[in-house]
Design a protein around this ligand. Structure first.
Ligand code: DGL
Length: 280
């Protein structure tokens, strides 16, 4: 007799410091609707962007361990800051000790793999949090896949606080979009592609487009991360078959549930019902 051991509760975990990961989750769910998902926004401790490596690692690992307790065999860090500062340590040092069969994936590598192909001038601008930019993860990874591409970076420390506080359509947002785009483009006139290397930034896409000449394209990460997850699951049938497929979605936040539901709807594009998670 053949025994089937597929777990009926093995969702994919999607993590971000706050709301930003919802822009990636939206694309993942569109592409792969058959799976179960748990989203966690660590809003109570967001933004992560200016925090030290040690702190981002500690917070991210704590959340990853919670996902494992919730039954997730696979966790996506839908946060560039956590991917830049915590992913490698989690993959190399923590996972082998905590749960060698589980997997944690980030958003930097799948983006770095393809971004060079978008640029005709081979000059790419990267906007991210201070943590992501200072980590140099993007220039290193992009050069690995596209050695001929020049990468220019700009940290945008005010973007996440503005977005987390619902100020992404305000005049203050206009001011900082102009300031950071100006500081990026002054580095080279030929930049023709701007990568939003922070999952919060798509909320400012409209404002950025208003301020940029038409020949400069802006690339967000969602669709590409979703494609890359799909390919990963094709390459790893053992992971693919271990995931449960009941099409359920649960949202958790470490901060206020009502606030989360209100903002999350804008990021996710549909109504969100959330639960509170206390990590302490
Ligand atoms: N969405 C996160 C990212 O992609 C924002 C980080 C933060 O909390 O500052 O980097």
């Amino acid at each position: 007799m053949l025994l089937c051991t597929v777990n009926s509760n093995a969702p994919i975990g999607i993590f971000d410091s706050g709301y930003g990961g919802l822009t990636v989750f939206r694309s993942i769910k569109e592409k792969l609707p058959q799976y179960d998902y748990i989203y966690l926004g660590d809003n109570a401790r967001a933004p992560y962007g200016n925090r030290s490596f040690e702190t981002v690692h500690e917070y991210t690992l704590e959340c990853v361990q919670w996902f494992f307790k919730m039954g997730c065999p696979l966790v996506i860090l839908a946060c560039n800051t956590a991917s830049a500062k915590a992913l490698r340590t989690i993959q190399q040092n923590d996972l082998p000790k905590i749960n060698p069969n589980n997997r944690v994936l980030g958003v930097i590598r799948p983006t770095a793999e393809i971004i060079g192909s978008f640029s005709k001038t081979k000059k790419v601008g990267v906007l991210g949090t201070k943590g992501t930019i200072l980590s140099e993860s993007y220039p290193i990874e992009i050069h690995h896949f596209s050695p001929g591409v020049k990468v220019y970076q700009q940290a945008c420390p005010m973007f996440v606080p503005l977005i987390e506080n619902g100020e992404y359509e305000s005049e203050a947002a206009d001011y900082f979009v102009k300031k950071y785009l100006g500081e990026l483009l002054v580095q080279d006139n030929d930049i023709d592609t701007i990568l939003l290397a922070c999952t919060h930034y798509p909320l400012l896409m409209k404002k950025m487009k208003q301020q940029l000449p038409e020949h400069i394209q802006i690339i967000a990460q969602g669709a590409n991360v979703a494609n890359s997850l799909d390919e990963y699951l094709q390459r790893h049938p053992e992971m693919k078959t271990s995931l449960s497929k009941n099409q359920t979605t649960q949202f958790f936040t470490t901060d206020d549930v009502n606030d989360f539901e209100e903002h999350a709807t804008v990021f996710f594009g549909e109504k969100v019902h959330a639960m509170h998670l206390s990590l302490h």
